[in-house]
Design a protein around this ligand. Structure first.
Ligand code: B12
Length: 443
């Protein structure tokens, strides 16, 4: 068979006022550009797990959500779904099937709502794809059944046996970053989180040597790649994290990752991160003060417990020469209209090199979604296209939906203005200069 892997990249948002602001604000545009084009790591893993004897091709949907013509030459097309683009993905799947092409859909959204997807796909896959994909391909080759495949019916994916994602399928497309996973999952259970944790497996670290192997595979197709670790929380285990940094340092790459605030507690780890090329860590702070974080993380109230130390911890990370992209979720149940000024003041006080503000979003399958649904607070149920992190689709508790939107516009204008961006970045460089950084021992 000729098998196509169709990724849908780019950023989604609908609110016209926010979009208009975003187009003109430097800090906002910069981050969007950096991430707007990332290849789909999930599909590259599937390609690597495809049984031999098939022709494989990787496609990207166009910016307007349409599919390239060439995808119609495939016998089977694998599509990966996030909630925000799932209606575009269903429309593509419908057109492909009408033309006689078999469609398999997987990913975070359809893993939660397989029966919704079944109306649009020949095969729907629930959970991690690697172990189950070969059966999907074999079934499709004989145009057979069943239609729904569950990862839980196979042996759990052992991250120690993950193959090298097929980066070679990407050709010469102009990606500005390449993704690699060092771990899957996260030990924390935040009620809003719709990441890998949705796929049903516990937190797992990969072998450091395998991560190095994957980066080297990227270096075969791009000489000096910028690497984004597509992890939920990279540095949960500090000892393993140091081993990882020591191993990737000789590759002389620059990299970015997502982790939690506890990296600040280990000065040696921070030095190793910096020396091995870490340019930025993205940290979900969610709220500048602890009150609204009560109960947001269900396992041990991690976010609430650590919020009092945020300012000092963030300063320590940045003084080590690693920039922080501090992320805030606006519209948590404990937030009132003063939150917008609080976030602005916090970002300037640290000061944060980058800041990401998003709107509380109830992704299907999350505890947050269940709760808001129970409380009849979802404004337009089933509007998955509004799961962009930039659109309001629920009734906030401490303010009105209108106040939340207007507060975001107000904050966006100030936070990403030239003046505020310069102020925050000068603050970062000043702190690095002031810190006497001893060099870490790399090996
Ligand atoms: C990299 C990334 C992106 C890249 C995606 C590149 C791409 N083409 O895939 C970019 C920057 C484009 C992006 C965009 C967006 N993203 Co994003 N992104 C991520 C990130 C950081 C990592 C995803 C990843 O690579 N995971 C690793 C791979 C291996 O896992 P996977 O994709 O889930 O694939 C596995 C399984 O799902 C399954 N599978 C997946 N697809 C298929 C298909 C088939 C046929 C089969 C069999 C199996 C299968 O098998 C795979 C291997 O096990 C996650 C956060 C995180 N830490 O997970 C957010 C995340 C996925 N993004 C999110 C969001 C909200 C967005 C945006 C809506 C933001 C916006 N406003 O625009 C857009 C979506 C627009 C779009 N184009 O779809 C949410 C999605 C939540 C949800 N349930 O929908 C996440 C979880 C972050 C969050 N805040 O919660 N994102």
């Amino acid at each position: 068979m000729r098998i196509g892997f169709l990724a849908m990249s780019g950023i989604r948002a609908h609110d016209p006022e926010l979009l208009a602001l975003g187009l003109t604000l430097p800090g906002f545009v910069e981050r969007s550009r950096a991430i707007a084009s990332l290849p789909s790591l999930g599909l590259l893993y599937l390609a690597a797990c495809t049984p031999r004897g098939h022709d494989l091709e990787y496609f990207e949907a166009e910016g307007d959500g349409s599919e390239p013509r060439a995808v119609y030459s495939c016998d089977l097309v694998a599509i990966s779904t996030f909630s925000a683009q799932v209606f575009e993905a269903y429309a593509i799947a419908d057109r492909l099937r009408a033309a006689g092409v078999l469609v398999a859909m997987g990913g975070l959204h359809v893993s939660v709502l397989p029966s919704e997807a079944a109306a649009h796909a020949d095969y729907v896959i629930v959970g991690e794809g690697e172990a189950v994909w070969p059966s999907v391909v074999d079934t499709a080759a004989r145009r057979g059944q069943p239609a729904t495949f569950r990862a839980s019916d196979c042996a759990p994916v052992d991250v120690a046996t993950l193959p090298v994602p097929q980066y070679d399928l990407l050709g010469s497309r102009p990606y500005n970053r390449f993704t690699v996973q060092t771990s899957r999952g996260c030990p924390w259970r935040c009620d809003f989180c719709a990441s890998t944790v949705m796929l049903g497996q516990r937190y797992r670290k990969r072998r450091v040597a395998d991560v190095v192997r994957d980066i080297e595979a990227i270096m075969q197709v791009r000489r000096r790649p910028f690497i984004e670790f597509a992890d939920d929380n990279t540095f949960v285990d500090k000892t393993w994290g140091k081993e990882l940094c020591r191993a990737i340092a000789p590759l002389r790459i620059h990299w970015f990752t997502e982790t939690d605030i506890s990296v600040a507690d280990d000065p040696e780890l921070l030095m190793l991160m910096r020396e091995s090329g870490c340019r930025q860590v993205l940290i979900g702070l969610e709220s500048p003060s602890g009150g609204p974080l009560q109960g947001v993380e269900a396992r041990s109230n991690f976010k609430k417990r650590t919020a009092d130390r945020y300012v000092e911890a963030l300063r320590r990370i940045q003084a080590a020469g690693v920039t922080v992209n501090g992320c805030f979720i606006l519209g948590l149940d404990g937030h009132t209209p003063t939150i917008f000024e609080e976030v602005l003041a916090f970002a300037r006080a640290v000061p944060l090199y980058d800041v990401q503000i998003t709107i509380m979003t109830a992704f299907p399958g999350t505890p947050l979604y269940e709760r808001l649904q129970r409380e009849h607070r979802i404004l337009a149920p089933g509007r998955w296209d509004l799961c962009t992190l930039f659109d309001v689709n629920y009734e906030p508790r401490g303010m009105s939906a209108r106040e939340l939107k207007e507060g975001i516009y107000w904050l966006t204008e100030r936070l990403y203005s030239d003046e505020c961006t310069d102020f925050r970045r000068r603050g970062f460089f000043g702190a690095v200069r002031r810190a006497q950084r001893p060099r870490a021992v790399l090996c």
